[in-house]
Ligand binder design. Structure first.
Ligand code: COA
Length: 315
């Protein structure tokens, strides 16, 4: 037995709110279509704020809530697919900006919308071998720069933001029991990147992603419960990736989850990829719904294709 618990959380979103009405002036869409298909009403887009600023702001709030000094951090991982630049890694610049020690293990990780949970699992493993037992895990995205604002099927879905957690490792705490999965697939969801033949925008086969998600989320919830040894009743909050309200509702129906334990903020932020679960956790902590003595089952899914689930406790 050994594992991490969350000691502090933080989140940050850009100031600019983009409503469905705003998007309907750019592409042939309307609020009714977007709300009925996705549950999204508005999202935040950066207008000058950088990816690093969002991640730094979320991280500072998490450090403050944890009452942790930067010098106590042994591992810093930023989950992202949309950093400001290829190198230096966002985590390296956070080392500078937050004043983390130079021997902190800092790197970025790309597992798309599953990234924050991949990063928590990785931090748990690395902290076991680290002399410092606190880790900083951030999920941050500026997806607005990767969106084709002439493609109505994708530009309505995504938003920008960052969430962070300071985690603590102890030998006598249970593992987060992470379940991670990958099924390599290019066409279903991709962003070609620099040098590709196509422009570097998000491309997605919406229905294929939807089908993948509604099949994967229940399987992932079941696998995490089995691995952790918990029953459904042991879970205080189910924090599912905020991609689409219909996907969350499908999981509620298929797994018989209590709807009041399935947090949703997709209406306000859209899909913020790796930031999504992290922002939701922070909001739940600040609402008093999560914290010491509480247990969250989190699930992410997305590009890769990837999926991940874990049970998170708090200290
Ligand atoms: N506004 C109005 N009409 C739109 C539209 C928009 N923003 N986007 C697409 N449409 C149209 C399509 O052009 C199509 O029109 P047609 O029948 O005349 O060809 C029609 O709506 C139906 O399109 P379809 O793609 O079948 O819609 P859908 O019911 O599958 O909903 C998504 C589209 C994207 C909302 C849905 O597939 C989805 O949520 N997929 C998962 C996406 C996701 O979560 N991705 C991230 C995972 S991490």
């Amino acid at each position: 037995m050994s594992g991490i618990k969350i000691r502090g959380t933080g989140s940050a979103v850009p100031a600019k709110t983009v409503t469905n009405a705003d998007l309907s002036r750019m592409v042939d869409t309307d609020d009714g279509w977007i709300v009925s298909r996705t549950g999204i009403r508005e999202r935040r887009h950066c207008r000058g704020e950088t990816h690093l600023e969002l991640c730094g702001s979320a991280a500072r709030k998490a450090l403050e809530m944890a009452g942790a000094e930067p010098s106590e951090i042994g591992v810093c991982i930023v989950a992202t697919l949309s950093p400001d630049q290829f190198t230096p890694a966002a985590a390296c610049l956070l080392q500078r900006d937050l004043g983390l020690a130079e021997d902190t293990i800092c790197f970025d990780l790309n597992a798309a919308c599953s990234g924050f949970l991949f990063a928590l699992h990785t931090a748990e493993r690395l902290l076991g071998a680290s002399s410092r037992k606190l880790g900083l895990v951030v999920g941050g995205e500026v997806l607005s720069k990767l969106m084709d604002f002439t493609d109505r099927s994708t530009c309505i879905l995504f938003g920008d933001g960052a969430g962070a957690a300071v985690v603590e490792f102890r030998e006598d705490w249970p593992s987060i029991s992470a379940v991670l999965g990958v099924r390599g697939n290019y066409p279903v969801l991709n962003i070609p990147g620099a040098g590709g033949a196509e422009p570097s925008y998000i491309h997605m086969e919406g229905q294929a992603v939807y089908k993948f998600a509604v099949e994967t989320v229940p399987k992932c919830i079941g696998a995490v419960l089995e691995k952790s040894g918990h029953a459904m009743e042991d879970i205080d909050e189910f924090v599912l990736h905020q991609a689409n309200e219909r996907i969350i509702d499908a999981a509620v129906r298929r797994c018989h989850l209590p709807p009041e334990k399935c947090y949703k903020n997709v209406a306000r932020y859209g899909n913020t990829s790796s930031a999504s679960v992290a922002i939701a956790l922070d909001e739940l902590v600040r609402l008093g719904r999560l914290g010491p003595g509480k247990r969250a089952l989190c699930v992410g899914f997305g590009g890769g294709l990837t999926w991940a689930g874990a049970v998170i406790e708090f200290t």
